[in-house]
Design a protein around this ligand. Structure first.
Ligand SMILES: Cc1cc2nc3c(=O)[nH]c(=O)nc-3n(C[C@H](O)[C@H](O)[C@H](O)COP(=O)(O)O)c2cc1C
Length: 151
């Protein structure tokens, strides 16, 4: 399998902790991972990968955070047809739109032709207990689904 691109935005580290666990699952399933914070890459990096996992915390009122915004806006220029995606993020259930940024990213991926191969994962604050296993498993499944597709 080609390398998996793992891109996320985090402010206080919760989404980064999710990325750590997802990366663990990906590598345990045999994938190589290229990992970046969203503000450090240009959108056209996505053109170089077929397997992409995007993550963000939620800001404002169910909004994308600023540090994911440039990437999001520049994704508009891309055709994501034929690429496999999964999306994750951390939020706070006391807000009206829990993990709204996850929904915003998922919608954009679909609009641009990308295929969501797993249900998105939303976690409150920092992953704990069963959530840690859920995220490791999310990473593993992302690889295994691809392996099933190629036979
Ligand atoms: C100003 C502000 C607005 C927020 N808005 C939302 C929101 O609309 N929905 C939500 O689920 N979480 C919201 N959050 C909570 C963060 O997404 C949450 O604390 C998350 O765990 C931060 O992730 P990080 O540690 O990766 O930065 C907000 C937090 C702040 C400070």
């Amino acid at each position: 399998m080609e390398n998996v691109l793992l891109v996320y935005a985090t402010m206080s580290g919760n989404t980064e902790a999710m990325a750590d666990l997802i990366e663990k699952g990906l590598t345990e399933a045999g994938a190589n991972v290229d990992r970046h914070e969203a503000m450090d890459i240009d959108a056209d990096v996505l053109n170089d990968y077929s397997h992409i996992i995007l993550g963000a915390y939620t800001w404002g009122d169910g909004d994308l955070p600023d540090d994911f915004m440039d990437l999001y806006e520049d994704m508009e220029e891309l055709d994501l047809t034929g690429k496999s995606f999964a999306v994750f993020g951390s939020g706070d259930t006391s807000y009206d739109h829990f993990c709204g940024a996850v929904d915003v990213i998922e919608e954009k991926v679909k609009e641009l032709g990308g295929e969501m191969i797993l249900p998105s994962v939303k976690i409150e604050f920092n992953p704990e207990g069963d959530e840690e296993e859920q995220l490791i498993s999310f990473g593993k499944q992302f690889v295994q689904i691809h392996q099933q597709q190629v036979g």
